[in-house]
Write a protein of this length. Sequence first.
Length: 127
Amino acid sequence: MDTPKPPQKPTHLLDDLESIRQLLGEENLDPPLLTDSIDPDSIPLLSDIVTPPPVAEPVPAPQATPLRSSIQQSLNRDSELSRLDSELRAAAELILQDVIDDFVPQIEAELKRRLQARLSRLLPPRK
C-alpha cells in the first residue's frame, strides 16, 4: 500500500514555479489583462478551421419491383396468418363443444339431485 507523501513546504513550491517560469522564458511573464483589447478579426472562425464534409452522391431510388414483391409476400403472410387463426378458433370451438357434451350428463344428474333435495325441504312429503 502506498504511503501518502508529506506535503511540500511553500518555499519548495515557489522554487518550482520560479524554475518553470525560467524554462518558459522571460517574454511570457505577464498574462494578458482583461482590460487589453482584442482584435475580433484575429479570432479564427470555426469555418476557417473545420472543412465541410464532401457532398455525398445521391443514392438511386430502389426499383418498384422489389417493393411490390415484398408487399405481396406480406399480404400472403397476413392471409396465411388469418387462415391459421380461423382454423385454430374453429378447432377450439370443437374441443369446447366436446367437453360440454362429455359433462352435460353429469351436470344434469347433479342438478336433478339438488332439485330433489330442495323440493323435499320446501314441500311436505306426500301422505
